[in-house]
Design a protein around this ligand. Structure first.
Ligand code: GN1
Ligand code: MG
Length: 354
């Protein structure tokens, strides 16, 4: 473990324990005898190759949002090292950064009901709106082609062909499911290329547990995990939230009978999100929100499956087969969305017209 004192913390460390449920970085909660708490993270350098660029992006966005006075959500303040840098490279080459802990915030892995999810929609909607005038050319693409869904499919097919661990035969059904949707998977990317959808500055990882809600009131407090803030599509930010938060089961649930995309939760999120940024979205963007949900879910399923085929090197796992289970919940959600397609479209329009 690294010494948290490298960073400009108040007091001496009294405790440091693993925190949160992120799949990429290692997160710790640090407490001190000055009654302060901090979030210390070991940045996954296999995923984020250019830590300087990553941290520059985060500092730019954090400064920009902190300079705006127009209400929540906030972003967590970066704590510099005592030498004045915004990250620290330890002797073993690992990369570390620190944030001030946002007091009174709760981080949920599942919504307790539609209200929580509506509030998270407000948080990401406001985040989107507040960044509307931010100059995207300042940002480095931390992970190129991050939400290029057809490219993610090509990578899956290549991994299946290579079949490094001999797992492809177990997952023919899943690969066929994805392949059957290859055409549709490129819809949003093609619309962007044709200029039918605008490129915006988006969060790109809008899971429910990447927002903090005020513990007592449930109001949106803070948007976290700015690692993938990059130019992107509003529909993908909307969609990634639905993928994770509108599911009736955990992302790695093994009993697929429990996995559904809840229309009640979908509507609640749409209300929160569009209530904040609906006015600034184009007709075409609003129309593609259900598709964003479907394609982000398909893409994530494809990414989990690719990782399963390649030996579970990208997403952190705590048990064998977890990435395959995660893939299966995502594909199950896609199939459920297909059944509920007309209703998703209708609800989106209904909420947008309010
Ligand atoms: C990862 O870091 P975390 O757990 O918030 C991943 C997202 C996936 C998500 C799936 C940088 O998010 O893209 O949608 O897992 N982040 C990165 O739960 O790949
Ligand atoms: Mg996260």
């Amino acid at each position: 473990m690294m010494d948290a004192n490298i960073f400009r913390i108040e007091g001496s460390v009294t405790a440091c324990r693993r925190h949160g449920s992120g799949h990429i970085n290692e997160t710790y909660l640090v407490s001190t005898d000055a009654q302060r708490s901090y979030i210390l993270q070991k940045i996954n350098r296999a995923v984020f190759r250019d830590v300087d660029a990553l941290m520059r992006n985060i500092a730019l966005v954090t400064d920009y949002l902190s300079g705006q006075e127009s209400g929540p959500p906030c972003v967590a303040a970066l704590i510099p090292t005592r030498a004045g840098a915004n990250w620290y490279e330890a002797e073993d080459g690992s990369a570390w950064r620190m944030y001030a802990c946002v007091e009174g915030g709760v981080c949920l892995d599942a919504a307790r009901g539609p209200d929580d999810f509506r509030q998270s929609g407000r948080a990401f909607g406001a985040f989107q709106r507040k960044l509307a005038a931010f100059d995207a050319s300042q940002l480095t693409e931390t992970i190129p082609r991050f939400h290029d869904t057809p490219e993610r499919l090509r990578v899956l097919f290549a991994a299946a062909k290579q079949d490094a661990l001999g797992r492809a035969k177990e997952v023919r059904r899943e690969i066929d499911f994805a392949a059957a949707r290859a055409q549709e998977a490129s819809t949003m990317v093609r619309m962007l290329q044709r200029g039918e959808l605008p490129l915006r500055v988006t969060h790109n990882d809008t899971k429910l547990n990447n927002v903090l809600l005020e513990a007592v009131t449930g109001e949106p407090l803070c948007v976290v995990d700015l690692d993938t803030v990059m130019p992107g599509l509003a529909g993908n930010d909307f969609g990634d939230s639905i993928r994770f938060g509108a599911s009736t089961a955990a992302e790695d649930e093994r009993d697929l009978e429990r996995v559904e995309m809840s229309l009640l939760l979908y509507e609640a999120y749409a209300e929160g999100f569009l209530g904040e940024c609906g006015q600034s979205l184009t007709e075409a963007e609003i129309e593609t929100l259900p598709l964003g949900a479907k394609l982000m879910t398909l893409e994530c399923g494809v990414r989990f499956l690719t990782d399963y085929l390649s030996g579970d090197t990208y997403f952190h796992t705590t048990r064998p087969g977890q990435n395959l289970d995660r893939c299966r919940t995502q594909l199950r959600l896609v199939a459920d969305m297909e059944k509920k397609w007309a209703q998703m479209a209708r609800l989106t329009q209904k909420v947008a017209r309010r």
